[in-house]
Design a protein around this ligand. Structure first.
Ligand SMILES: [Zn+2]
Length: 169
């Protein structure tokens, strides 16, 4: 076999492996809890989530971590579409209410609807903040502040690694 042919075959094999990994890595494909339509409250142990979620997303969603500014996805995403909970697929925010807050985190002035997220008083870091979590799985998403734009005046400051975006078809 001539060298160029061999190289081509190796290239094709690598391409197939890459495609297989990308399909396997999609959260929906190995996550039995992922749904855009099931609103039933989930009670899943952290040990179970740890098996399902990527490490950085697990740290935010289950351990209330925060990604460093400008390190997560979607900060500058201006595509039309919907943002879902990365853990359970619950619809959270519309691109219509996303705005550039200049903070380095994806920011919205309101959730998709009243059943999207829940608020919780957060007294960590020596201040009182309002933590925002997914209403279906309870996963931590970020915080809400009252320095947002009209019409709500609110800034939902979200971690990109806790979100899954799907563009409008
Ligand atoms: Zn969720």
């Amino acid at each position: 076999m001539k060298n160029p042919t061999r190289l081509l075959i190796i290239f094709i094999i690598l391409l197939c492996i890459g495609a297989a990994i990308s399909v396997w890595a999609r959260p929906q494909n190995k996550n039995p809890y992922y749904s855009h339509t099931d609103n039933g409250r989930l009670r899943v142990s952290d040990a179970e989530w740890k098996k399902i979620l990527p490490a950085q997303s697990y740290n935010i969603l289950r351990e209330e971590g925060t990604e460093a500014p400008n390190t997560g996805p979607y900060v500058h995403n201006k595509q039309a579409g919907t943002y879902y909970c990365l853990a359970c697929g619950h619809p959270l925010f519309s691109s219509k209410t996303k705005y550039d807050s200049g903070t380095g985190w994806p920011s919205f002035y309101q959730p998709l609807d009243k059943n999207s997220v829940t608020e919780l008083r957060d007294e960590s870091l020596g201040t009182v903040r309002t933590a925002i979590s997914c209403a279906r799985c309870g996963g931590h998403l970020g915080h809400v502040f009252d320095d947002g734009p009209k019409p709500t005046g609110l800034r939902y400051c979200m971690n990109g690694f806790a979100l899954a975006f799907e563009p409008t078809k």
